[in-house]
Design a protein around this ligand. Structure first.
Ligand code: PMV
Length: 313
């Protein structure tokens, strides 16, 4: 019987989270922290050796149903901290979708995996964009809704929004991630922004402004302009704070990093979770993050997307 191992990376967002849910542009990069799973057909449904009711894990149920494959057992190990704005849930869906295809002897078609993993995330959270699942599938860096479509990977449409997802060459830049250690679920934060936006014209203007800043950021990245990009990141953080998704812990880590950085901002859903700093003094930024109670790590970019290995038993 075949055993499939699959892994997929987490991510951070350089610019554009939350606004991307409404079809605005965004830039995201895969990181050197991965979600690992091993799947094989079995007599019961098992996760990490415990028999489970498959309904307890909606992403897994959704993907298993789509692939018509059950029962099975799954072993999981995540090196991406959960609820930390680093895309751990998307990486699980991507790795599981790839493993299911491999078990069914289907090719590892990235576009299909990115779409299926997005649908699984949407099914489990009821909202969101295909940013996390696309970058975890593709690896490297991606843009969403960039006007430059010369490197387009795939398009994804859900309800009234379409996202054009393109591959992006990530220039040599150093980012430090600071995890506050405070877990925050993505769904309620996305819902908070939606309610604010629906009830207040000012919040819609902020979302548009984040979109405009992100387009500027795409130009700065192409031109390797770290100063320009850093300024845009710090501006983006202020706008996200106005939308109500920052926190005291995030602001502390952002402010501690800024003296040694080109720019810093929360990354992902916010409310806790993580921030990023763009810097050429990563050790100083890491020390500043640690001194404020955060957990830093220096990011390696250019990371491979989803991958699988098959073992015959
Ligand atoms: O916190 P994370 O890793 O789940 O990232 C969420 C990013 C949002 O833009 C807030 C939501 C989304 O689906 O794009």
């Amino acid at each position: 019987m075949n055993t499939i191992s699959a892994s997929a990376p987490g991510k951070f967002v350089i610019l554009g989270e939350h606004a991307v849910v409404y079809g605005k542009p965004a830039i995201a990069v895969a990181i050197n922290r991965r979600f690992y799973i091993t799947v094989r057909k079995d007599e019961d449904y098992k996760i990490n050796n415990d028999v489970i009711d498959e309904r307890s894990s909606p992403h897994i149920r959704y993907i298993a149903d789509k692939n018509n494959l059950k029962p099975f057992s799954v072993q999981m190990e995540s090196k991406i901290p959960t609820g930390s704005g680093l895309g751990s849930s998307a990486a699980l869906s991507v790795a599981f979708s790839a493993a299911m295809r491999a078990l069914n002897d289907l090719p590892i078609d990235r576009e299909t995996i990115a779409k299926e993993a997005f649908e699984a995330e949407y099914f489990s959270q009821g909202r969101g964009s295909p940013m996390d699942t696309s970058v975890s599938t593709n690896g490297g860096g991606i843009t969403l809704n960039s006007p430059d479509e010369s490197n387009i990977l795939w398009k994804i449409t859900k309800n009234e929004h379409t996202w054009n997802i393109s591959g992006m060459d990530v220039p040599q830049m150093t980012f430090v991630i600071g995890n506050t250690g405070v877990r925050a679920a993505t769904g309620p934060l996305v819902e908070r922004v939606r309610k604010y936006k629906d009830s207040n014209r000012f919040a819609s203007d902020i979302v548009n402004e984040i979109g405009a800043i992100t387009l500027e950021g795409m130009k700065a990245l192409k031109a390797n302009d770290v100063v320009g990009l850093g300024n845009l990141m710090t501006k983006n953080h202020k706008l996200l704070s106005i939308l109500g998704v920052s926190s005291n812990e995030l602001n502390k880590l952002v402010n501690a990093s800024l003296p040694y950085s080109y720019g810093a901002k929360l990354t992902g859903a916010g409310g806790g979770g993580s921030m990023i700093a763009l810097t050429d003094q990563p050790e100083k930024v890491s020390a500043a993050i640690t001194s404020r109670g955060g957990i830093p790590f220096i990011v390696k970019t250019g990371v491979e997307g989803v991958k699988t290995t098959i073992k015959d038993e």
